[in-house]
Design a binder for this molecule. Structure first.
Ligand SMILES: Nc1ncnc2c1ncn2[C@@H]1O[C@H](COP(=O)(O)OP(=O)(O)OP(=O)(O)O)[C@@H](O)[C@H]1O
Ligand SMILES: [Mg+2]
Length: 407
């Protein structure tokens, strides 16, 4: 995966260190800071809410640090029972502020993760915690509007975070490029910012995927992000798939999606270990998926498309029915393989073009050019003789570079 990301993730590297580093949402950030400064026992907790990747978590973390609070953070989707919450937070919430010393700030992130019925105990515990707390409590959620969360909303000061504007994102991305030594075209940054739809995290991740390790960034370098974005329906498809309770339900997922099946296979593959944490479930699901892959390969190689039926069934029903317990909410990830393939698209195109040229110059099939000529040519290219051959073939400098790299 080193081809996709060079070095540390930029979302970490360029994570705001001070309150003033946070872009956009100035009003919400100020509201939170004032709330924290003014907090005294009996005051409401603050519930930061809004779309993903706009700075809710980072605001709490940075504000706590800057104002000298000790942060006790808990991701609410990790905590599914009253017991667990109490065990972790109970003692911490009772300690009052020792005079002359700054206190603790309890942070319950992603509280919408506890909204389902089975987790009622979790919600009750949170409400209880809020009632008894002698320390400020901050909560964060993407979607606090679930009717079941109403008591929570009523108990909290609601602080709304919004999508970050393109006009704020572009200068931010430009600064990162400057720090990374990338000369970025304004239009390229604009495309990234547009596609992020207000999500700073996704903008930074995209920027790293397209610009990491480069010196210049042109609009054509980011075009593939558009094609990728059309796949975002995949998140919903995965959710439907993993939630399915019967084979029939699972199989119907295929029909409800425009995503091509090989792409879906990548998505399922990438997200299996996130969805299934129980080893037995995971093993079962992987069994089904690997068998699905076998059928897919056979169907394609032998042009026996009737075999795809088994592929579909195994990838959907086989994977979904591996689940023993109840469905639980996870954040799905974009398949790394697709990211990498898109990233290396240009390289693959150049390679294909080189194969085409070799085939036509040497009067060979493309297959023969690929298996019989290319491997030797790649090794020879750095030598004067190899260079002569490249010249005779009429390969471009870019093609030679790619092939030398392979050799
Ligand atoms: N407003 C912002 N200013 C600067 N960087 C940001 C901002 N929002 C997000 N980021 C970047 O994106 C990353 C994720 O941000 P953060 O975790 O605060 O998002 P969030 O709103 O809590 O999202 P989620 O709803 O998914 O939890 C941060 O590490 C930071 O690099
Ligand atoms: Mg967050």
């Amino acid at each position: 995966m080193s081809a996709t990301y060079v070095g540390a993730p930029w979302v970490d590297k360029y994570r705001p260190k001070k309150i003033s580093d946070i872009i956009g949402n100035q009003e919400a950030v100020q509201q939170f800071v004032s709330w924290l400064k003014a907090w005294k026992p009996g005051a409401k907790p603050a519930l930061l809410h809004g779309p993903p990747g706009v700075g809710k978590t980072v605001t709490v973390e940075v504000a706590a640090q800057e104002l000298g609070y000790e942060l006790i953070a808990l991701n609410a989707s990790d905590v599914r029972s009253a017991d667990a919450i109490k065990r972790t937070l109970g003692p911490a919430s009772h300690y009052g502020t020792i005079f002359g010393q700054r206190g603790r700030l309890i942070f319950l992130d992603e509280v919408d993760g506890i909204s389902t019925a089975e987790d009622r105990g979790g919600l009750t515990a949170v409400l209880e915690l809020i009632r008894e707390a002698r320390t400020p409590i901050a909560l964060a959620a993407n979607d606090p509007w679930d009717p079941k969360l109403r008591p929570l909303r009523e108990a909290c000061l609601m602080i709304r975070f919004n999508k970050v504007r393109v006009t704020q994102l572009v200068p931010f991305l430009r600064k990162i490029c400057e720090a990374e030594g990338v000369k970025a075209d304004e239009r390229a940054l604009r495309i990234i910012a547009d596609l992020a739809e207000g999500d700073v995290r996704s903008a930074i991740n995209d920027l790293q995927a397209v610009a990491g390790g480069r010196k210049v960034l042109k609009p054509e370098d980011v075009e593939w992000l558009r094609a990728r974005n059309r796949q975002y329906g995949a998140f919903d498809v995965l959710k439907m798939l993993f939630m399915a309770r019967t084979a029939k339900e699972a199989k119907e997922v295929i029909n409800s999606s425009l995503i091509d099946y090989e792409t879906l296979l990548q998505w399922v593959h990438e997200n299996l270990p996130l969805q299934y944490t129980d080893p037995e479930e995971l093993a079962k699901a992987y069994d089904a998926l690997s068998l699905a892959d076998v059928y897919l390969g056979r169907a394609k190689r032998k042009q026996r498309w009737e075999l795809l039926r088994y592929f579909f069934d195994l990838m959907t029903a086989g994977v979904a029915l591996a689940r023993k317990g109840k469905y639980h909410f996870v954040k799905y990830q974009f398949p790394k393989k697709i990211l990498m393939m898109s990233r290396t698209k240009k390289a693959r195109e150049l390679r294909e073009e080189a194969i085409r040229i070799i085939a036509s110059k040497c009067h060979l099939s493309r297959r023969a050019a690929k298996t019989e000529i290319l491997p030797f040519l790649s090794i020879m290219l750095p030598t004067p003789m190899g260079q002569g051959i490249a010249k005779w073939l009429g390969l471009s400098d870019d093609m030679v570079k790619i092939l030398v790299h392979e050799g």
